[in-house]
Design a protein around this ligand. Structure first.
Ligand SMILES: [Zn+2]
Length: 130
């Protein structure tokens, strides 16, 4: 049961739902993660500094995507690349992409962690609001 829930955890995470139960919304806003899943009561920040790795992965993936977009544009338009567009577009993309990916990186980080460390009973709060 827990294992199949974990496999679906990434699908739930991509929908910004709790990877453990698939029901609770993880975020109150784009940047504000709830402390617990509103459906199952799972504590989302499992330990102090839990999402630091998620931020690192987010930045890494976003900047690699940015580099890939710029490289693709250069290759496709060579020998006359749109330098003006690249000059302004690349820095904007470098800021926008990590912002767009922010909640997904945290949700996927949680799903990945739950895959290897299933939630313990003490991580749930039974009196969680529905
Ligand atoms: Zn949940």
């Amino acid at each position: 049961m827990a294992r199949s829930a974990s496999r679906n955890g990434f699908l739930h995470a991509l929908r910004l739902r709790c990877p453990a139960c698939g029901r609770g919304r993880l975020f109150e806003g784009w940047f504000r993660m709830r402390p617990r899943c509103p459906a199952c009561g799972l504590r989302l920040e499992r330990e102090e500094g839990y999402f630091l790795g998620a931020m690192l992965v987010n930045l890494l993936v976003a900047e690699l995507l940015c580099i890939a977009v710029v490289a693709l544009l250069l290759v496709r338009t060579w020998p006359t690349p749109p330098w003006q567009l690249l000059q302004w577009g690349a820095p904007v993309l470098a800021v926008v992409l990590p912002t767009l990916l922010y909640p997904f990186s945290k949700a996927c980080w949680l799903a990945f962690d739950l895959l290897f460390q299933p939630p313990r009973p003490e991580e749930y709060e039974r009196s969680a609001p529905r």
